[in-house]
Design a protein around this ligand. Sequence first.
Ligand SMILES: [Zn+2]
Length: 108
Amino acid sequence: MITLTNTRKQRFVFSLYHEHVCRREGTCSCDTKMVPGADGKLRPRNDPLSLQIDGLSRSAPLPDSVYHVPQVRLACNEGRLVREVIPPAQKVVAPALTKKPKTTTDKE
Ligand SMILES: [Zn+2]
């Protein structure tokens, strides 16, 4: 997981393109609509979800694949967005809380 921090005052809006995000994640989070094709038959169309990050604020945790969206990568390269990788360890309970408290009966 990553977070993206918008370093500019302007809101940053981007789309989670199917070919960049869904394919890598293995699940489609697009808004799928049935639309008539050239032959008049209904076909599914994947409309990418659009996300926005308010100026000078940080996004919610996002899948790593979001970084592969060209708009996001470009913004990171230009310093408009700062990517932070959330280490997997942060998702589990802090180890300090699971340690047994030392008691006087413990033998070492
Ligand atoms: Zn998709």
